[in-house]
Design a protein around this ligand. Structure first.
Ligand SMILES: Nc1nc2c(ncn2[C@@H]2O[C@H](COP(=O)(O)OP(=O)(O)O)[C@@H](O)[C@H]2O)c(=O)[nH]1
Ligand SMILES: [Mg+2]
Length: 663
């Protein structure tokens, strides 16, 4: 097995993305060259390119402490440094979630740490991320692995604070303190982590390609930092849940799985993988290989059964031996560590899933724009061909015929203009409907709901209070989504009818306008509800009844819902701005064509010389139009088949469904 298989897969993933960026840029240039671009389209393309460039593939590692998450990250991504880059230690380690990535904006290597005291403020980690001032920054000297490893050690630092302080921070509770349980007395000093969250920007090749690794601490921290389960884990493309062969599935593994991890399974494009680490503890020189394999296999089956998942989803391996094997260049040990099975899975399943998501989105967005321009060009071509025939047939005809054609054209034009007027009416109606929809989705409306919920809960930051609060909150939010869903359905119908009218009555190309749906937002809201329920019932919450934790949870939930509504509002707004544009462009184009036709007829009636000149003009326009259609068909092909051999340099006119209609 090649050591860098995952490396290569990530590299080709990033080349594939570059290919798409190139195609979108080609389209952008085409639009600019032909002055076809509207501000909305320009904005959309800009956004698309930004999103492609900044695309991240996030993999989260979740487990109880000491299962070997950090060691696994070292083995997967940092073995070539010849040492253990991230601190991995026996015993109870840190509480501090760590994100590893490459900060391509600043281009700097650093470690940023958010002090644990930030927990006293009513703000989420996501909020703090926008403000570097709250973070302690340590420079990383990437030429010096010892300096880097030393600096990274800071992440797991802890300190002693008085009991009251720990309580204030929501980091101490009798019910979850084993020492209190046995001695019946709370300690005077409590050991707490120094940091709440760590960001590591590091110029590792894969991180530069857009990989983001999230290393999370154990169950305790997940309970204390609800943002992890509410936002960070669901945002990851893959969640690796790590078990250890020497402990088996323990009570706390099970808690973590049920209350924090398994919900991830119900999301699309989110791969949940279970790693059964430390299989080296099952290696036994006194047994033959088959017997060892059998015991590993039986533990894999048992774990899968306990977690109620397919055994194929469980990957037995030894992170420690894999790291050692890679550092020493020992292929045999690497094979025995079985790390490559996991790598293959990440490369074969997680990456393609991400690719598909990006591609679908792009075809949906940019692809629709390309199609729209192709339709406009084809319509223009059809009109020009009609005109050409008409003009050719006028050769040698008397002026009566021309006069007759002119009056017919005028009638057509008048009928068309009347429809354009009715179009303006539908547009006004649409705007009124849209305002209602946006109002329902507005931040003001949501804030009113949040305040109502907060008032409901303010006297009782308990699990019972939380239950009531959540009911008010989710009922309100669901109502809004339903309302918006009905309104957007009405708006959609109006839009469709308007499009159909112009297609049927004036032969404008049939374009399906882009649709907006609240379904993904409702689904996300439902997921939040499930998470909230899981949190409310989780042993950490019910056991401790800490108002601090409950309050923190509420803040994260609200912050997440707020960004959900914000996104829905933005999407709806953008959609409304754009949805009529394709038709508006066609109407304009059609109007211009009609005017031009009338003008030509008028000039011909005045002077017959104009006829031949105009015929030549139309022939030239047709040639130019065909060329543009070829270019667009080529762009369309590359967009639909990125990364195929010659995908970006294929000569126009090679293949593609649309092309047949073009030439
Ligand atoms: N035997 C064995 N020990 C491991 C393996 N992976 C990690 N460990 C040890 O388990 C302990 C905890 O590892 P660490 O990566 O810090 O766990 P984390 O708390 O989940 O991040 C450390 O002492 C590691 O050396 C493994 O594959 N085999
Ligand atoms: Mg760790």
């Amino acid at each position: 097995m090649k050591q860098d298989q995952l490396d290569q897969r990530l590299h080709s993933f990033s080349a594939w993305r570059e290919d798409l960026i190139h195609t979108v840029q080609q389209f952008q240039e085409w639009l600019e060259d032909h002055q076809q671009v509207s501000p909305e389209q320009e904005y959309r393309l800009f956004e698309t390119l930004e999103a492609l460039r900044k695309d991240r593939l996030a993999i989260a590692f979740v487990a109880e402490f000491s299962r070997g998450k950090t060691e696994l990250i070292n083995a997967l991504f940092f073995a070539h440094y010849g040492r253990r880059l991230l601190p991995s230690e026996a015993g109870r380690t840190t509480m501090c979630p760590t994100e590893l990535f490459w900060d391509q904006e600043s281009g700097e290597s650093y470690l940023r740490l958010l002090p644990i005291e930030s927990r006293l403020q009513d703000r989420s980690v996501a909020d703090f991320k926008h403000e570097p001032i709250h973070w302690t920054q340590i420079r990383l000297d990437t030429g010096d692995p010892a300096q880097v490893a030393g600096a990274l050690h800071e992440v797991i630092k802890t300190k002693q604070v008085p009991l009251e302080r720990a309580r204030e921070l929501g980091l101490y509770d009798e019910a979850s303190d084993p020492a209190y349980q046995s001695r019946g007395k709370a300690p005077e000093q409590v050991e707490i982590p120094c940091w709440r969250h760590a960001l590591i920007s590091f110029p590792h090749e894969l991180l530069k390609q857009g990989l983001v690794i999230l290393d999370t601490p154990g169950l305790n921290a997940l309970g204390c930092e609800p943002e992890l389960t509410l936002s960070m884990l669901p945002a990851a493309q893959a969640v690796l849940f790590v078990l250890a062969a020497d402990t088996g599935v323990t009570r706390s593994d099970m808690d973590m799985w049920q209350h924090h991890v398994s919900a991830v399974r119900h999301r699309n494009n989110n791969n949940l993988v279970v790693v059964l680490n430390k299989i080296d503890t099952l290696w036994d020189e006194l047994k033959d290989a088959a017997a060892v394999d059998a015991s590993i296999e039986s533990q894999r089956q048992a774990s899968a059964e306990q977690l109620r998942i397919d055994p194929q989803q469980v990957f037995p391996l030894s992170a420690q031996k894999a790291l050692l094997a890679r550092v020493q260049g020992n292929d045999e040990l690497l094979k025995a560590s079985r790390l490559c099975d996991l790598e293959r899975f990440l490369g074969d399943t997680v990456l393609p899933a991400r690719q598909k998501l990006i591609h679908d989105q792009l075809v949906d967005d940019v692809g629709a724009l390309v199609d729209e321009h192709i339709a406009i060009l084809e319509n223009r071509k059809k009109n020009l061909e009609k005109q050409l025939l008409e003009l050719r047939s006028l050769r040698g005809k008397n002026s009566d015929v021309i006069m007759h054609l002119m009056s017919k054209s005028r009638e057509e034009q008048a009928a068309y203009l009347r429809n354009v007027e009715s179009f303006q009416n539908s547009r006004r109606l649409l705007q009124a409907q849209a305002r209602n929809m946006l109002e329902a989705l507005s931040m003001d409306a949501l804030d009113r709901l949040i305040n109502r919920t907060r008032e409901n809960m303010s006297r009782s930051w308990t699990t019972a209070g939380l239950k009531r609060g959540m009911e008010t909150f989710f009922e309100g939010a669901r109502d809004t989504m339903e309302q918006v869903s009905t309104q957007s359905e009405q708006t959609r119908m109006l839009i469709r009818a308007t499009y159909r009218k112009f297609h049927e009555e004036h032969g404008l190309p049939q374009i399906m306008p882009k649709q907006f749906s609240v379904a993904p937002f409702s689904a996300e809201l439902e997921r939040l509800y499930q998470e909230a329920e899981a949190f409310r019932r989780s042993p950490v919450t019910t056991m401790t009844e800490q108002s601090f934790v409950i309050k923190k949870f509420f803040i994260s939930l609200v912050s997440h819902t707020r960004s959900l509504f914000f996104k829905a509002n933005q999407d709806a707004n953008q959609w409304l701005k754009e949805v009529m544009n394709p038709l508006v462009r066609q109407i304009k184009d059609h109007k211009a064509t009609m005017e031009k036709r009338l003008a030509t007829l008028r000039r011909i009636s005045e002077s017959r010389d104009t006829l031949e000149a105009r015929i030549r003009e139309i022939e030239a326009s047709l040639r130019d139009g065909r060329q543009q259609l070829d270019t667009l068909a080529h762009i369309r092909h590359s967009l639909h088949n990125p990364g195929t051999p010659g995908g970006k340099d294929r000569a126009p006119g090679a293949t593609g469904r649309r092309q047949e209609a073009v030439v």
